[in-house]
Ligand binder design. Structure first.
Ligand SMILES: C[S@@+](CC[C@H](N)C(=O)[O-])C[C@H]1O[C@@H](n2cnc3c(N)ncnc32)[C@H](O)[C@@H]1O
Length: 197
């Protein structure tokens, strides 16, 4: 069992972040400078909205967030929320309607955990693949893709594939990650832009 109300949870409450996950993105950004002012950012699996808060506070970005569940109480003229499943065409169309090209795609989306590490890994790989496939369609040349993965044996093969489309890649496990969690984050920068018409 983990302590749900650990130090990062308490810090998030005190500092007004909607999730402890905010600190993971802050660390990823500190290490890899993910956002620049004016960027259009797609945040997949954005609820309850910690990452959205981080991005809006850090730089003057515009954020489109997608989630299966509603984001409550996050009103900002630079934030658009789309309620639904990123793996469906209907939601993909809505994301592209709001903004056809993005500078950054970030994804903290994860399948519901089952208790089986293997099953969770397999489901996570499948979800990352789908999001990555879409990211390649909507990223601008030079853009970045950052996502969460539940660790497992298919990671190496997946990363090998994904790396081909970027000039830089890095795997890391932010400090705010719970000790018992087998999640890690992958940062890809410098999209080679082979989706330009
Ligand atoms: C760990 S939470 C994200 C936390 C968020 N980054 C924050 O800072 O508040 C993962 C989210 O991914 C969402 N999610 C999982 N699969 C999804 C999918 N196929 N489409 C959209 N959202 C999804 C879940 O509903 C959940 O809210």
């Amino acid at each position: 069992m983990y302590d749900r109300k650990d130090a990062f949870y308490k810090k998030a409450k005190a500092e007004g972040y909607k999730s402890r996950a905010a600190y993971k993105l802050l660390e990823l950004n500190k290490k890899h400078a993910l956002f620049r002012s004016g960027d259009n950012v797609l945040d997949v699996g954005c609820a309850p909205g910690g990452w959205v808060q981080v991005i809006l506070n850090l730089k003057k970005c515009h954020v489109v967030g997608v989630d299966l569940i509603e984001v409550e109480g996050l009103m900002d003229p630079r934030f658009t929320f789309i309620h639904g499943d990123i793996t469906t065409q209907e939601i993909i169309d809505q994301v592209l309607e709001v903004c056809p090209k993005y500078d950054c795609v970030v994804s903290d989306a994860a399948p519901n955990t089952s208790g089986s590490k293997l099953l969770d890994h397999v489901n996570s790989v499948e979800l990352v693949r789908l999001i990555f496939y879409f990211a390649k369609k909507c990223l601008k040349k030079g853009g970045s893709f950052t996502c969460k993965l539940f660790e497992g044996e298919d990671r190496a093969e997946l990363v090998k594939e994904m790396k081909k489309d970027f000039t830089f890649s890095k795997m890391l496990r932010p400090e705010a990650t719970r000790k018992a969690s087998f999640e890690m984050y992958m940062v890809f920068k410098g999209f080679k832009g082979n989706n330009e018409e």
